[in-house]
Design a protein. Structure first.
Length: 317
């Protein structure tokens, strides 16, 4: 045993038992003193979370913008949310006046566009016009990287405002995206195709059907970037074709064929003139299973009127 250990072993146990409470008491007294000092100190104004840092470094600006993007409004009313994102927009305007590196500049652009879109969402009737002006100015920027980013953002803006376009303008957008897909299925164009076709569902169903089918053909066959091996383009194309079939169902015959659990051939065309409910469900889907008693009750109530459902529950499981 070394000498240090020997000396420690000679410390009486009663001394150790006394030392522990004294240390704890010291911590309590220190905390009380600190609290008293804080209470007696003159109150200071809370820092403005929307204030751009003074003499900022690239890191501090990056962190500031990230924090603004993640900050939530204090209130839940539309008015409070508009006020919050208006402050974010004002901060973005100040950032955009600084001499920023490209990455920080594009992040400030994203902050400005995001705040304007949310202001519009929560009832600011002037936000869409301000965003349009902002994007138009970016498209005239002398820096190529800013213009390239602005084109992407401009496309998103136009897709979000399809309802304000004419039929010809919407068709032109579909043709533009289809032309880009035909020359190469780049990630940006791939994303724009899905976004555009989905948005068209709300304003022009027939054009949405045509867009899904056209885009699917180019995605399945068009040239692809070498770095996109992880994307299943054939599957993506089939998802688009399925969306087109779904939209095209109302007013048109549906094709359902197969074999029942009893081993009999089934074709829905044989039930022409009947009222048929097709229920797609699975045993692992709890809400689907919970709905089955209601489907059965409907069947029992209207079966004598020619309503069929029971067989389809089993077929489509």
């Amino acid at each position: 045993m070394n000498s240090g250990a020997s000396q420690r072993s000679r410390i009486p146990r009663w001394a150790l038992s006394l030392a522990i409470p004294l240390v704890l008491l010291g911590l309590v007294l220190s905390e009380q003193s600190a609290r008293t000092a804080d209470e007696n100190a003159a109150p200071t104004a809370a820092a403005d979370p929307f204030a751009v840092p003074e003499n900022p470094s690239e890191l501090s600006l990056n962190l500031f913008m990230t924090r603004l993007m993640r900050m939530r409004p204090d209130g839940n009313s539309d008015e409070e949310r508009r006020a919050h994102f208006a402050k974010v927009e004002a901060a973005a305007d100040k950032l955009l006046k600084l001499d920023l590196e490209t990455d920080l500049l594009l992040k400030a652009v994203e902050l400005k566009q995001g705040s304007l879109m949310l202001e519009e969402q929560f009832g600011d009737d002037t936000a869409a016009g301000r965003l349009r002006t902002f994007l138009d100015n970016l498209l005239e920027d002398p820096r190529p990287e800013v213009v390239a980013d602005a084109r992407r953002r401009d496309e998103i803006y136009r897709i979000e405002h399809l309802d304000a376009m004419s039929d010809e303008q919407r068709k032109q957008m579909v043709d533009d995206v289809a032309g880009r897909l035909k020359t190469g299925v780049e990630p940006q164009t791939f994303s724009a195709a899905f976004r555009l076709a989905g948005a068209l569902e709300k304003v022009d169903v027939q054009l949405a059907v045509a867009a899904y089918n056209t885009f699917a053909g180019h995605i399945a066959q068009g040239p692809r970037p070498a770095a996109a091996d992880d994307v299943n383009y054939q599957e993506a194309a089939e998802v688009m074709r399925a969306a087109a079939r779904r939209l095209d169902l109302p007013g048109n015959p549906i094709e359902v064929t197969g074999t029942t659990f009893a081993g009999d051939a089934f074709n829905i065309a044989d039930l022409k003139g009947k009222v048929v409910l097709i229920d797609f469900w699975a045993t692992w889907c709890a809400p689907c299973v919970a709905e089955l008693p209601h489907v059965q009750a409907l069947y029992e109530q209207h079966h004598n009127d020619g309503f069929l459902s029971g067989a389809f529950r089993q077929i489509c499981e």
